[in-house]
Design a protein around this ligand. Structure first.
Ligand SMILES: *Cc1c(COP(=O)(O)O)cnc(C)c1O
Length: 377
C-alpha cells in the first residue's frame, strides 16, 4: 500500500528553532535596543542581566563573562590558583572543567563518579585531598547538582573553596536552593544548547563573597581596578551586550522552560522504565533540569545506529573520561575511576528541550523500545 505516513516533523536533538519562534518579538526588541544605543561592550544590558540572574539564583553577585569556560578560568584566577596547586574534580565531564585548571599550571586530581547519577562521588573526595589541594570543583552533570552540602562540609574541614561547574544545571534546585548559589562560586554557561542559552558564547560567575566578585569583575577586564590601572593579571573575558540582551529576552519564559524540562525528564523516566535501558537516579532532595537527558545502554553503538535510522538524533556526553584523553593522560592512572570508564561506554543522550512535544518524545521512546526491547531480556 502507498498510503502516506502521517506527516511527522523532524525531531531536533535540542529545539532552538521552536524556542526562537516563541520569543521572536521579545528578542528583536531587545537586540534592536542595543543596536540603537550602540554600547556593544559593557552596555546597560550587562548590569541588568547580572541583577536579574543574581535575584533568580539567590546569589549576592553575578558577573557575566565570555563563556562557561571563561567563568571557570576567571574563578580559579580569583582564587589565585598557582602552578602545582591541586584541584579535586571529576574526570567524567566536558574538557573545560579540567582544561582551565591545567591552563593555570594546576593539577586536576580525579575522583570517580557515582554510577547511578554520574556525579562526583562525595564519599571519595576526602581521600583525594593533600596539602597542595586548593579547591574542590564538582560538576552538576546533566542538570542535577552533586552532593553539595556534603562537599561543602568536607571543604570547610580543610579550609577549601568549592566551585560548582553549573554549566548544565542553571535553574536546578538542591534542598530548595538554586544551582550556582550552593558554594563559594558557581559557574554557568550560556552556550545556545544549555538550559539557559544565548545566541553565541556567554557565561556567568555567581558568588556571595564580595572580594571574589570584585576580583572576578577585574579579571574579566584585563585585571583593571580602574581604567588603565591593572591591579592584577586578567583576561579579555567580557560577555557582549547583545548576548546579554538575548538572555534577558529569554527570562520571561525561563521558569516555564525549567518546569517543562523537569516534567519531560519525569515523563521520559516513566516511559523508559519498562525498557532495557538504565535511567539515571535523581536524589529526593534535588531535581534535574536535564541539561542533557542521558540514559545508559549496553551495546550503545548498535542502539545509536537503530535510532539514527528511525531519524531520532542522539549524542554521547562523554565517550571518554578526561583521565583517558591524550592531553590529560599523564596526570594520573588511566585505570583509576572505573565508574567513569564504565559510564563513558554506556551513556547516550536523547532529544531534550523545553519545546520537545509529548508526541515527539513518544516517537523517541518507540524507536528506543524497538532497539533495546523490554527490561529483563
Ligand atoms: C558547556 C560546558 C562548559 C563550558 O561552557 P562554554 O560556555 O561552552 O565554554 C563547562 N563545563 C561543562 C560541564 C559544560 O557542559
Amino acid at each position: 500500500m502507498n498510503a502516506p505516513l502521517a506527516p511527522q516533523g523532524k525531531i531536533e536533538f535540542i529545539d532552538l528553532k521552536a524556542q526562537y519562534a516563541a520569543l521572536r518579538d521579545e528578542i528583536a526588541v531587545r537586540m534592536q535596543k542595543v543596536l540603537d544605543h550602540g554600547q556593544y561592550i559593557m552596555g546597560p544590558e550587562v548590569k541588568e542581566l547580572e541583577a536579574a540572574l543574581a535575584a533568580h539564583t539567590g546569589a549576592k553577585h553575578c558577573v557575566t563573562v565570555a563563556s562557561g569556560t571563561e567563568a571557570l578560568l576567571i574563578s580559579l584566577m580569583a582564587l589565585d590558583l598557582k602552578p602545582g596547586d591541586e584541584v579535586v574534580t571529576t574526570p567524567f565531564t566536558f574538557a573545560a572543567t579540567a582544561e582551565t585548571i591545567v591552563l593555570l599550571g594546576g593539577v586536576p586530581v580525579w575522583v570517580d563518579i557515582e554510577a547511578d547519577t554520574c556525579n562526583i562521588d562525595a564519599s571519595k573526595i576526602e581521600a583525594a585531598i593533600t596539602p597542595r589541594t586548593r579547591a574542590i570543583l564538582p560538576v552538576s552533570l546533566y542538570g542535577q547538582c552533586a552532593d553539595m552540602d556534603e562537599i561543602n562540609a568536607i571543604a570547610a574541614r580543610h579550609g577549601l573553596p568549592v566551585i560548582e561547574d553549573a554549566a548544565q544545571s542553571y535553574g536546578a534546585t538542591y534542598k530548595g536552593r538554586r544551582s550556582n548559589n550552593l558554594s563559594t562560586l558557581g559557574c554557568t554557561s550560556f552556550f545556545p544548547s544549555k538550559p539557559l542559552g544565548c545566541y553565541g558564547d556567554g557565561g556567568a560567575i555567581f558568588t556571595s563573597d564580595d572580594a571574589l566578585a570584585q576580583a572576578a569583575r577585574e579579571i574579566r577586564v584585563h585585571g583593571q581596578s580602574a581604567r588603565y590601572t591593572h591591579t592584577r593579571v586578567g583576561v579579555g573575558g567580557r560577555m557582549d551586550t547583545l548576548q546579554c540582551a538575548v538572555v534577558l529576552a529569554k527570562l520571561g519564559r525561563l521558569d516555564w522552560e525549567l518546569q517543562r524540562r523537569r516534567e519531560l525528564g519525569a515523563r521520559y523516566h516513566e516511559r523508559l522504565a519498562p525498557l532495557n535501558v538504565k535511567t539515571l537516579a535523581v536524589r529526593p532532595d534535588r531535581d534535574s533540569v536535564w541539561g542533557q537527558y542521558t540514559v545508559r545502554v549496553a551495546d550503545r553503538a548498535r542502539v545509536q545506529s537503530v535510532l539514527t535510522q528511525a531519524a531520532v538524533p542522539t549524542a554521547v556526553h562523554y565517550p571518554r573520561p578526561l583521565h583517558r584523553q591524550p592531553a590529560y593522560a599523564h596526570l594520573g592512572n588511566p585505570d583509576s575511576c572505573p565508574a567513569s570508564i564504565a559510564a563513558a561506554d554506556e551513556v547516550m543522550s536523547l532529544p531534550m528541550s523545553a519545546d520537545l512535544s509529548d508526541a515527539d518524545m513518544d516517537r523517541v521512546v518507540a524507536a528506543l523500545a524497538a532497539a533495546v526491547g523490554p527490561r529483563g531480556q
